[in-house]
Design a protein around this ligand. Structure first.
Ligand SMILES: C[S@@+](CC[C@H](N)C(=O)[O-])C[C@H]1O[C@@H](n2cnc3c(N)ncnc32)[C@H](O)[C@@H]1O
Length: 311
């Protein structure tokens, strides 16, 4: 199993000679986005049920980590187009055994868009089910734009992204006072990103960033080698969480210097979250301001509005 090219939940659009040309539709929608904001941005809240095809985040795997909104939509669905092995089959069995199930893997937009459009226009409840959260490495927007261009409304229903399942498994926070002030959702160079677009070394170099690497299981050794070449501390903690929240979840803890051997020994080439930074161990953090004097000082001493931190 490798994930070098399966970077997204759907394949890239390819222009065709026929009437259904997702690339033209995407270009046209892109133009519209540049020109005017969609009124629905101001009319609906995330979580509202809306007209159209919902693009639902299935969460990281465990069916219990699907949102209530997602579960309700799946239970009513006639057609569910899902992200194949990235979505736990237990979830499909539990919530949508009654529906027609279509695996999107290996299908291009020319196939997927007419399938969803026709079913929706026939009055069926259609759900597009992505793994984790559709907004993270999900290639959802291009499908939505192609559908919208054909007058099929769409909307997002968020899900728990796998980085959050990984941090829960690690029993840590991705942001941690005095340890990590920022989180980077990132991926390594490869077919999609050039060497210059791979910023993992820069994030690690910042010192107070937790890097959550998607789509990088197959490239752990390359990634760690680059970090070592760039002079980063080989003792920097790294956690690799394979299939976070699935029954066969596995956790490998190491450092920039040791993790590649461990991952290779385990044999994982896909479906893992690689987390780099001191937040992996959760050691060395300082008590936050939230439960100390700072919160009280903020409310009595300042005339401006302050935003209480959760850390
Ligand atoms: C195409 S991306 C989709 C990410 C997804 N949209 C999300 O929010 O988690 C697939 C990558 O997400 C990560 N991933 C997805 N599910 C995972 C899980 N349960 N445990 C660990 N990593 C996971 C892996 O790095 C995998 O290569």
């Amino acid at each position: 199993m490798t994930e070098t090219t399966t970077n997204d939940d759907a394949a890239r659009p390819v222009a065709t000679d026929g009437g259904d040309d997702p690339q033209q539709a995407i270009d046209a929608q892109g133009e519209r986005r540049r020109e005017e904001l969609d009124d629905r941005i101001f009319e609906h809240n995330a979580g509202d049920e809306q007209e159209g095809i919902p693009f639902v985040g299935a969460g990281p795997g465990n069916p219990r980590l699907l949102t209530v909104a997602g579960k309700e939509l799946l239970e009513r669905a006639d057609l569910v187009v899902h992200a194949g092995s990235l979505v736990n089959s237990e979830l499909l069995e539990e919530y949508c055994a009654h529906a027609e199930l279509v695996n999107s893997v290996g299908k291009d937009l020319e196939e997927l868009i007419p399938l969803m459009r026709d079913s929706y226009e026939e009055g069926e409840n259609v759900v597009r089910l992505h793994s984790g959260d559709p907004a993270i490495y999900g290639a959802a927007l291009e499908q939505m734009d192609a559908l919208e261009h054909e007058d099929v409304p769409t909307y997002f229903v968020p899900g728990v992204t796998s980085a959050f399942a990984a941090s829960a498994t690690l029993r840590t926070q991705l942001t941690l006072n005095e340890v990590s002030n920022h989180v980077a959702f990132t991926r390594p160079q490869g077919k999609t990103l050039t060497e210059e677009e791979d910023h993992i070394s820069e994030f690690v170099g910042m010192g107070d960033v937790t890097s959550c690497i998607y789509l990088g299981t197959h490239a752990v050794r390359d990634t760690m080698d680059r970090l070592l070449e760039d002079g980063h501390d080989p003792e920097t903690p790294v956690g690799v969480i394979y299939h976070a929240s699935w029954p066969d979840e596995d956790v490998i803890i190491g450092t920039v210097g040791t993790i590649a051997d461990k991952v290779e020994e385990a044999g994982y080439r896909a479906s893992a979250m690689v987390v780099i930074g001191d937040a992996v161990t959760g050691a060395g953090y300082e008590r936050s301001f939230l439960y100390g004097d700072w919160a009280n000082r903020g409310s009595s001493g300042s005339s401006g509005e302050t935003e209480a931190s959760d850390d």
